[in-house]
Ligand binder design. Structure first.
Ligand code: ASN
Ligand code: ZN
Length: 333
């Protein structure tokens, strides 16, 4: 074969067997995605700084689905970055996290027993731990999409990471994590309205967060209240995640892709869903056009109504559904 952009094949722990953008340099394939601005994926080899070593391979067949194969985590995070890049490109015409055509990079195998993943503006990179016992890596598609979307939020509304704006920042990452799952539509990771359902972070098979009824995690809020800004941003995200679920699928009992949801509303009044395709467009336009660093829940309502008016018309059924979904979480009723 020729030097340059290649399409490899990888088997991840969570994503199944997926195509990978790779680059052939001499006789060695590198996990460098030439189709997506050269996004690079590194093996930190349990280190906690620098970039470790670039993942390389001699036959462009990567990972085997087991965590003991070091490439497996690399496959999942490289695919997650590619799927998220493609989501923003395909749905919004966004050319990378900053819309400047520049790729971030990914680092897998961070530290030991590190049960988290994170985005960093300073390195413009994503980092993934291997989880408890280095056996449950935080490398699933929704985790990658969540972290990469923190970069998009930083580059756009730049929602301050505390108080109500912090909850909206976290919710934005959860919303696009779900949207990326639906866009990628993997057989191995069937799209859902849960976050972290593949990584068994609680050790009992439950997800990290639920969007239909966030309080099912035992900590997240379902509804806005005046004390919302004083809880951790991963819990004050709950009402906005709940808004997004209500707007997408509507209130009450519903089965989506085999998962049963039962989403309540604050005052018991029903909300009719508009579908996730329209709901995600409204959130994206609100985030990138109207929200600012200090936007709170009331401001997010205004921003999404403006976005819905732009996209679907003021007082259109879609616009009115946005108002109903905010009322469903006790905002602006
Ligand atoms: N995984 C977490 C998040 O993206 C990391 C953090 O709390 N900063 O929110
Ligand atoms: Zn986050």
């Amino acid at each position: 074969s020729f030097e340059g952009v290649q399409t490899g094949t990888g088997t991840g722990q969570y994503n199944g067997t997926v195509p990978l953008g790779t680059t052939l340099s001499g006789s060695t394939y590198q996990l460098v995605d030439g189709d997506r601005a050269g996004h690079r994926t590194y093996d930190l080899n349990q280190g906690t700084s620098g970039t470790g070593t670039l993942f390389t391979d001699d036959n462009d067949v990567w990972g085997d689905g087991t965590q003991s194969n070091r490439q497996t985590a690399g496959v999942d995070v490289a695919f997650g970055a590619a799927a998220t890049w493609d989501y923003y490109k395909d749905v919004y015409g966004r050319n990378g996290i900053r819309n400047d055509g520049v790729a971030a990079y990914s680092r897998a195998h961070y530290g030991n027993n590190y049960v988290n993943a994170f985005w960093s503006d300073s390195c413009f990179c994503m980092t993934y731990g291997d989880g408890s016992g280095n056996a449950n890596p935080l490398t699933a598609l929704d985790v990658a999409a969540h972290e990469m979307s923190h970069g998009v939020t930083s580059a756009t509304a730049n929602l301050t990471y505390s108080g109500e704006s912090g909850g909206l920042n976290e919710a934005t990452s959860d919303i696009f994590a779900a949207a990326v799952e639906f866009h990628a539509d993997l057989a191995a990771d069937v799209p859902d309205y849960m976050v972290g359902e593949k990584i068994d972070i609680n050790g009992d098979g439950t997800p990290l967060r639920y969007m239909d009824e966030p309080s099912k995690d035992g900590a997240s809020r379902d509804y806005w209240s005046s004390t919302l800004g004083s809880v951790d941003v991963h819990y004050s995200s709950g009402p906005a995640n709940h808004f997004f679920y209500l707007l997408s699928e509507g209130s009450g009992a519903k089965t989506v892709n085999g998962v049963d949801y039962d989403s309540p509303t604050y005052d018991g009044r029903p909300v009719t869903g508009i579908g996730i395709d329209n709901a995600q467009r409204i959130w994206y336009r609100a985030l990138t056009t109207y929200m600012t660093s200090s936007t709170n829940y009331a401001g997010a309502r205004t921003a999404t109504l403006q976005a819905a008016a732009d996209l679907f018309g003021a007082y259109s059924p879609t616009y009115l559904a946005v108002a109903d979904a905010w009322a469903g979480i006790n905002v602006g009723q």
